[in-house]
Design a protein around this ligand. Structure first.
Ligand code: TYD
Ligand code: MG
Length: 456
């Protein structure tokens, strides 16, 4: 077996014969690491197969002749997880769940294994059976048939998986599992790639779905290679702020469903709880109207939800005024402040501005602009906005309030939660009613209209 040394970029997987400071393909610095590749890796063997006679038995077929039976998806006792996957795990598929360390990936999957009535093999390379048991007791065990295996050797894992033939195989985590065929360390690019493709081989052969946990590094990619994302069928991302209780499970790639859906959870003392009614939790419980706080109607995945946006505008004491945003793009906040200065004559130049999206969520929906602008003005003038008013509108550079998508869905959610007014763009009014139950629609065209409506 001939061993070759190569340098592999841990970010994008590109390789080179010598060390490079900056990766020429993804432009990242200091990502090259040395790895050894043995000449007869199984992958190379596979590549050579086309030369042999055997491969002639597989011939192309006409697409109209391909038959398949509607596969039964594996259903698991977690509504949010099922929703995110688009209705269950496909047999023989391989799913990757990425997330920062400590966000709750192990908890999510162990909980699934414990609540389901299926036979699930949970392989952990990170924790001992005793540690897993301790966690399981915290969550509560209802599936006594759940199997756990503390092992890091891929071959042993696959041997056991073949023997047990479970309904679902969970690998926690791909960075701790290694194949003895390669002499690089666990978690290296070639190990992660090799183990994933072997696990995929197992899934395809046995029709057992496999779920792999992968840690992501601080840049937000699955540690090591992006390549993993190409190999697997589905990529889910578990995200949230570790200091808050809410977690979101997003789909980044799904060969068997849409990528629009997402699942919402709350991390509690006894594990993760599914949140199927996010609005009621993301609104603060206070009855008082407070300055700087407004309610935005946003759409995450396919679901409308109401979230509280909070702004604090205060006199800057130390020289440079500060700008800070949690859960919202800081550049967009600067843009909104500039629009308010230029178009509405409000000056924030001498003030510190802090913006916070309640619940620790990250929101990308531009429809929350209007709520943010209202919160900023409310805090600047110290005039509270009623917490029975909802907002939905995008703010443009000229100060115009622009129409947003799925407006009716947003309004209906606000009406359902007992809101009395909803301020939206006047360009969104086509086809809308004036009232929805007890909720009155208030159209605005420019930031000045908003100021006149709420703050004069
Ligand atoms: P964990 O699932 O170990 O994270 P990951 O596998 O993504 O690294 O989750 C760890 C955190 O979750 C830890 O800080 C404690 C918290 N936690 C709870 O709050 N409640 C629980 O019931 C459990 C099991 C964990
Ligand atoms: Mg873990």
């Amino acid at each position: 077996m001939k061993v070759k040394k190569v340098f592999i970029c841990s970010n994008c997987g590109a390789n080179a014969a010598k060390w490079e400071g900056k990766c020429p393909s993804c432009n990242e610095w200091n990502t090259y690491i040395e790895e050894s590749i043995s000449k007869s890796t199984p992958q190379e063997e596979k590549k050579k197969l086309w030369r042999t006679e055997k491969s002639h038995s597989v011939a192309p077929v006409l697409i109209q002749d391909v038959k398949y039976s509607k596969t039964q998806r594996l259903s698991l006792p977690d509504g949010e997880f099922m929703r995110t996957l688009g209705g269950g795990l496909v047999p023989g598929s391989i799913t990757l769940i990425g997330g920062e360390p400590g966000i709750g990936k192990s908890t999510l999957l162990l909980q699934l294994a414990l609540n389901s009535q299926l036979s699930i093999l949970y392989v952990s390379g990170e924790e001992s059976p005793q540690q897993i048991k301790m966690r399981a007791e915290r969550i509560g065990i209802s599936n006594k048939a759940c199997l756990i295996l503390a092992e890091t050797d891929l071959n042993k894992v696959l041997q056991q998986a073949k023997k047990v033939c479970p309904d679902l195989l969970v690998i926690d985590s791909i960075q701790t599992i290694s194949s003895p065929l390669l002499d690089s360390i666990a978690g290296s690019v070639s190990q992660v790639r090799e183990c994933t493709s072997d696990l995929q081989g197992f899934a395809k052969e046995s029709n057992v779905p496999v779920v792999i946990i992968g840690h992501i590094n601080k840049e937000g990619s699955i540690a090591g290679p992006k390549i993993l994302e190409h190999i697997v069928d589905t990529v889910l991302q578990f995200e949230g702020d570790r200091n808050h209780i809410y977690r979101i499970l997003r789909t980044k790639k799904n060969r068997f469903g849409s990528t629009d859906e997402l699942g919402i959870y709350a991390m509690e003392a006894t594990g993760l709880r599914e949140v199927d009614n996010p609005s009621e939790l993301l609104l603060s419980q206070s009855d008082e109207d407070l300055s700087g706080s407004t309610v935005a109607t946003t759409i995450e995945g396919m679901r409308p939800m109401l979230i509280e946006t909070q702004a604090l505008v205060s006199q800057a004491i130390y020289g440079n005024p500060q700008r800070s945003a949690t859960g919202f793009d800081l550049r967009r906040l600067s843009m909104l402040l500039a629009v308010l200065e230029k178009r509405a004559g409000l000056f924030f130049g001498q003030n510190d501005v802090f913006l916070n999206i309640a619940g620790g969520l990250k929101v990308q929906d531009t429809a929350i602009d209007l709520a943010i602008v209202a919160a900023l003005i409310s805090s600047l003038h110290n005039i509270p906005v009623s917490n029975k008013i909802g907002f939905a509108g995008e703010v443009g550079l000229t100060g115009e309030i622009r129409a947003v998508n799925r407006i009716e869905q947003r309004i209906e959610e606000a009406a359902r939660l007992g809101f009395e007014q909803m301020i939206i763009s006047k360009y969104n009014m086509k086809g809308l009613k004036k009232t929805y139950g007890g909720l009155k629609i208030m159209p605005v065209g420019k930031t000045e209209d908003l100021i006149e409506l709420l703050f004069t």
